[in-house]
Write a protein that binds this ligand. Sequence first.
Ligand code: C2E
Ligand code: MG
Ligand code: MG
Ligand code: MG
Length: 276
Amino acid sequence: YKAKSQGLSMAFFSHEMTAHATEMVDLQSRLRGALNKGLIKPYYQPLIDLKTGEIMGVEVLARWVVEDGSIAPSPAVFIPVSEETGLIWALSEAMIAQAGRDIVAWQNDGVQMKYSINVSARQFADDNFCSQAIEQFERLGVDPKTVQIELTESVLLDNIDRSLEKIQELKARGFMIALDDFGTGFASLHYLTLFPFDTLKVDRAFVTNIIEDKRQFSIAKSIINLAHDLDLVVVAEGIETEEQRKVLFDLGCDIGQGYLFSKPVAPSFLTDLIAA
Ligand code: C2E
Ligand code: MG
Ligand code: MG
Ligand code: MG
């Protein structure tokens, strides 16, 4: 009985694997096509200064613009695929090129904002990443002081000494560094003292039920206080309701991001939002 059940589960597993592999190959070739056609585009989600209610910056988020009315794959799907296949380089270059043009256009219009850019594990692990990103931004005429790099804990833990060197190099050039999705990874609090972060982004997991769940409230409150004690700016991700905004503001959270304020939008739409 045991052998048979194991055999069955093996067969099932291998079928799943094949399906996954086929799906990956399919997605990979579609992603390559989309990149060639310029269909991976930066969208911008406002970051709101909770004291003034004004847009103080935006997070740059990759969107796959589909032409045929089909459902666009989400970055939660295509970013990992691009990492596994090496397409992340082309994707990142396309994102920075387009975002750079938008940023320069806003700069020329006198818009003063911060631009937060996500960098994933494989990008950051590559020793050329920092110099390439720095060079690309400089070539486009973007002031590094307006750019914040968002990193997650897992990105940093791979090689702590090397990560620290890279962060120091980026900071020496003027870039700011944010720790993204804080509270969901495995990193110890010790890393908050090890790396010179500017900003800490409280993961949506602690915001979603902050009203209903006393424990989420306590964790959000503690993270905000801890971050402030360490002189970090705190951003809360995933604010969807006015109640959540109010509670986070009362806890002293500096910046809010979420559907309550705006979803990620196309650049022309952001220009309208800023004007309004
Ligand atoms: P992230 O960096 O944590 O980005 C925040 C995610 O939360 C975004 O998902 C955003 O659309 C979503 N979000 C914002 N406000 C709300 C809200 O009120 N409710 C809910 N339910 N969600 C909200 P998105 O755009 O799907 O991106 C997913 C992840 O993919 C990002 O998480 C980031 O890790 C990665 N990613 C996106 N664009 C890029 C990129 O250009 N490069 C790299 N390396 N990674 C990217
Ligand atoms: Mg992010
Ligand atoms: Mg995040
Ligand atoms: Mg996230």
